[in-house]
Design a protein. Structure first.
Lengths: 382, 312
């Protein structure tokens, strides 16, 4: 208890930093919550398509133009090629269809006349192409068996008017899950910073040459002293973790009571243990109190940036992604991101997440072993 | 009387340098042993070896009749150490600091509370219990350092130069405290540069240099090792060389030095040197401001044994 009580007294003197990193999490977590309001309405996007018709506006040509106009936006563009090219360049229009002369006659004759196309290449031009191909594909199919243009138009319109009902089978509340993922990803920064700052500070005090000498000559075994210190660190770490989990229930809401929430909580607990071991190792190596702030920035901020806490991993260069693999935060963030997309919970789907947590525990064990080696080397002063 | 510490043939070597060279000595129960020596003489190395803070190359160290090892926690529970550097937590108050270090030895809360109060009383920090170390003066910090080392009422206490850079009031307080500890039955090993402290406190003195014992004994026994018997100092201005030569010509005079203001005469023997000097000055009508006689100090002994001052 002597060591634990002293740990708490030193912690109390430095509680400002714990409050700072907690507020940081709540503020940034909160901002993300309000920025990601759930979308409840759906509106179809219409591509902007321009039709330059050199044929007569009759028969199949007329119907094709009618179909495209009904399903797209038609921008007002001057009737000259330079203006059309400019509109395409500035994305005022994404797709231009040139209908050649005598198109409807050639089509009905089964000559399969070609349409000239100009496009921007973006996703709306893809959608426009889909519309054009859809119409022509249906019309071409009927043209082989129907010789009357009016009958063909009627059949084409009948087919194109048919709609398919689609049902979204996924029951995932992706908006809330992405909120939870963001919160827990950001929590990794706060957890690392809080743990490294306080644990390193406390250990640097206990490990200072003068205090350590007094401890070594005392009748308390060095192992017991170390064990008490490690236990104090763990109690502190679990308290920080609990605080952040409780905050997640308040900020994220009901999803925390689901299986998804349970995995977030378990993952954050494993990460907290790993962060504690890392902080314990750093604290064993560092004996200068003034260096602690710098170390927090390098380790907590650095690994958060590298492992996709602030910027998603898909935007990171390959070299950074490769580097991130040697950091526990990478496996923590990877698990959180995977949880957000997890629909079914079974051994197969949970296996990659369990492996990630296993890797984090592996890191924790490695850190503790190295910390003990460093501690035993430092025990003797000569 | 039983030995509290027994050291036999202790050797500590740093590569080519022998910091301790075949050192053997004992410390008796209830005595205050002074370890005297200049910087680098091996005092701190000896203490660190005794406390198992340092590995040593050869020798046997026994404390309370048992061999001292890093895991000899039963022996360690009876030892207190007051290090030269102030070794306390800046983050804890005076009371909390003493309580923490006492807590490394004493588990029982009530006993510890009493011990902490006793230690505070002993070093005179009653009015500073709630002060943080940064608010204490150098002297008060030293007292806190002592309290942290002795609060658990050890039977054997090591003091490593506890009065360095301490004001006279704190020094007297510290020395009184050490005497009280001895009176309460503690055995004390005391290292210092200050000979006057050794003369006041120590029952026995060991003079160390280059890791070996040059001499040991009581202060009186050590002083007998000195070749000189007495030192007479005269404060006198513009003394003519012929008088200095006359004084030197006396058979019992060892050395005469004069810096223009102070004449220092050391005598090999003779019990009336001061009276003889006064008579001589009167006879030659030499006017002087002050004249006094001193017995040789431990520093004189050390100077003779090693050719250098203790504080070199």
């Amino acid at each position: 208890m002597t060591v634990f009580k002293t740990f708490l007294k030193i912690l109390k003197k430095n509680r400002g930093m714990v409050i700072f990193y907690t507020v940081l999490l709540l503020v940034f977590g909160g901002i993300n919550m309000s920025a990601n309001k759930p979308t409840t309405e759906f509106e179809a996007t219409k591509p902007s398509v321009l039709i330059v018709n050199k044929d007569e506006e009759v028969g199949i040509t007329k119907d094709f133009i009618k179909y495209i106009k009904e399903n797209s936006e038609t921008p007002e563009i001057a009737d000259n090629e330079e203006a059309r090219n400019d509109a395409l360049f500035y994305s005022d229009v994404s797709y231009i269809v040139y209908i050649p002369e005598n198109y409807h006659n050639d089509f009905m004759a089964g000559n399969a006349p070609e349409l000239e196309i100009k496009r921007t290449g973006d996703y709306t031009s893809e959608y426009a192409e889909m519309l054009v191909k859809r119409y022509l594909s249906v019309a071409s199919t009927y043209q082989k068996s129907i010789k009357s243009e009016a009958e063909l138009i009627e059949k084409v319109n009948e087919t194109l008017s048919k709609k398919v009902d689609a049902e979204i089978t996924s029951k995932l509340d992706t908006t809330t899950l992405s909120k939870a993922s963001f919160y827990y990803n950001f929590a990794s920064y706060s957890i690392l910073a809080c743990l490294i700052y306080i644990i390193c500070l406390v250990l640097s005090v206990f490990n200072s040459e003068k205090i350590r000498k007094r401890t070594v000559i005392s009748s308390m075994s060095y192992k017991k002293h170390n064990k008490d210190l490690l236990l104090s660190n763990c109690v502190y770490a679990v308290t920080v973790w609990l605080l952040y989990v409780i905050a997640s229930f308040v900020l994220v809401g009901d999803i925390m009571f689901t299986s998804h929430g349970a995995v977030y909580i378990i993952n954050s607990f494993v990460f907290t243990m790993c962060a504690t071991a890392l902080a314990f190792l750093i604290g064993r190596i560092v004996s200068n109190k003034n260096a602690v702030n710098g170390i927090v920035n390098v380790v907590a901020l650095g690994s958060s940036f590298l492992c996709g806490v602030f910027v998603p991993m898909e935007f990171m260069p390959q070299s950074v992604k490769a580097m991130a693999h040697v950091l526990p935060t990478y496996y923590y963030v990877k698990t959180n991101d995977a949880v957000a997309e997890l629909e079914v919970f079974n051994i197969e789907t949970l296996k990659p997440l369990i492996i990630n947590m296993g890797v984090m525990l592996g890191f924790a064990i490695l850190f503790v072993i190295i910390a003990n080696i460093v501690a035993s080397k430092k025990r003797k002063i000569g | 009387m039983e030995n509290v510490i027994e050291i036999k043939n202790l050797v500590k070597q740093y590569k080519e340098l022998k910091a301790i060279d075949d050192l053997s000595f004992e410390v008796k129960k209830g005595e205050i042993l002074g370890l005297l020596g200049p910087n680098g003489s091996g005092k701190s190395t000896t203490i660190n070896c005794i406390l198992s803070l340092l590995n040593y190359n050869n020798g046997i160290i026994k404390i309370f009749g048992k061999e001292m090892k890093p895991d000899s926690y039963d022996i360690k529970s009876k030892i207190g150490v007051v290090f030269q550097d102030v070794s306390v937590f800046d983050e804890l108050t005076v009371y909390e600091n003493i309580d923490y270090f006492c807590g490394l030895y004493i588990k029982d809360k009530e006993t510890r509370k009493k011990y902490v109060e006793d230690a505070i009383e002993l070093v005179g920090l009653k009015d500073f219990k709630k002060f943080y170390p940064k608010k204490l003066s150098g002297g008060l910090l030293r007292r806190l350092n002592i309290a942290c080392g002795i609060a658990h009422k050890p039977e054997l206490i090591f003091f490593d130069e506890p009065t360095v850079a301490v004001d006279p009031q704190s020094r007297n307080n510290i020395l009184d405290g050490i005497k009280t500890l001895r009176d309460n039955g503690a055995t004390i090993v005391y290292t210092t540069h200050y000979m006057e402290e050794v003369e006041i406190l120590c029952d026995r003195v060991i003079i160390l240099d280059k890791g070996t014992i040059l001499a040991s004994g009581t202060t009186d026994e050590l002083k007998e090792l000195a070749r000189i018997e007495e030192k007479v100092t005269v404060e006198v201005n513009n003394l003519d060389d012929k008088y200095i030569e006359n004084i030197k010509s006396n058979n019992n005079v060892d050395e005469v030095t004069y810096d223009g203001n102070t004449l220092l005469v050391t005598y090999i023997e003779g019990k009336n040197n001061l009276v003889d000097m006064i008579d001589y000055l009167k006879k030659e009508s030499i006017k002087y401001n002050k004249i006094y006689s001193e017995r040789p100090t431990l520093n004189d002994v050390f100077l003779e044994l090693t050719g250098k001052e203790l504080r070199d």
